[in-house]
Design a protein around this ligand. Structure first.
Ligand SMILES: [Mg+2]
Length: 244
């Protein structure tokens, strides 16, 4: 009787040891799947559409070009007080939550080797001016505007493609992206692109047309509800798992 209990004790001990050991061996296999969004590899160039993607408004619908005083102060996602809104008439232009997170993390250097730019086919010269002014006023961190961050990556050079007046057009695959590649020196297969695609399938067109000779092109993410935190994480994960 005593011997049986002893045997059962040994067998349970072996089983526990086996499970614990297996559990330890499982972790390295599981972790990379969950870590992909946060661990890279990161794109060399992350490109954002503006209207209804990086921010919540369509520039062609705005009433006026904002003045320097048309700013709304608020909490910059727990990083202090700054410009969280820009007024254009009665409309307030604000960054979407995922855009704010992406830009803050980028400003903090969380994505090594990654730079950013914007590609917007703003409808009219007026819409373009409203957009440029909003970029120069909205803040990512206290004292750091979106525009300053966009220039910081390129040592002050403006690589951004905003508008649809020549040499730009309404087709980002034909004009904005080739120009971005030229200005930045980053190949298409090292780019990640976010666009709401509500007025045209910019993502589909860019993914189709902007490819390298190896067949790989821009990784694209549609953000029909704006760039949320989930879309941002999904984009990073999609790029990381694309095996570049
Ligand atoms: Mg848009």
């Amino acid at each position: 009787m005593v011997r049986r209990h002893w045997l059962a004790f040994v067998l349970l001990g072996l089983l526990w040891h086996r499970l614990a050991f297996t559990g330890l061996r499982w972790q390295p296999a599981i972790r990379p799947v969950f870590r992909r969004a946060g661990q890279g590899p990161y794109p060399e160039l992350c490109v954002f559409d503006l209207d209804a993607c990086l921010w919540d408004k369509e520039m062609y619908e705005m009433e006026a070009i904002p003045k320097d005083s048309d700013v709304v102060l608020g909490d910059l996602r727990g990083r202090g007080e700054g410009v969280t809104g820009v007024m254009s008439g009665a409309d307030k232009i604000s960054l979407h939550k995922g855009a704010m997170k992406a830009l803050q993390d980028h400003a903090d250097g969380k994505y090594p080797g990654m730079k950013i730019a914007v590609a917007s086919s703003a409808d009219t010269p007026f819409a373009e001016k409203v957009g440029r002014k909003a970029l120069s006023l909205l803040e990512v961190l206290p004292g750091l505007t979106v525009w300053q961050l966009l220039l910081r990556d390129w040592e002050g050079k403006d690589v951004n493609q905003i508008g649809r007046q020549p040499p730009l057009s309404s087709n980002k695959a034909r004009t904005h992206f080739p120009r971005l590649k030229e200005a930045t020196g980053v190949s298409y297969d090292r780019m990640l692109f976010f666009d709401d695609c509500l007025w045209g399938d910019h993502c589909g067109m860019v993914a189709q047309a902007c490819r390298e000779t190896n067949g790989r092109g821009v990784v694209t993410v549609r953000t029909p509800s704006g760039l949320g935190e989930r879309e941002w994480d999904r984009g990073l994960a999609m790029y990381a798992s694309a095996g570049r």
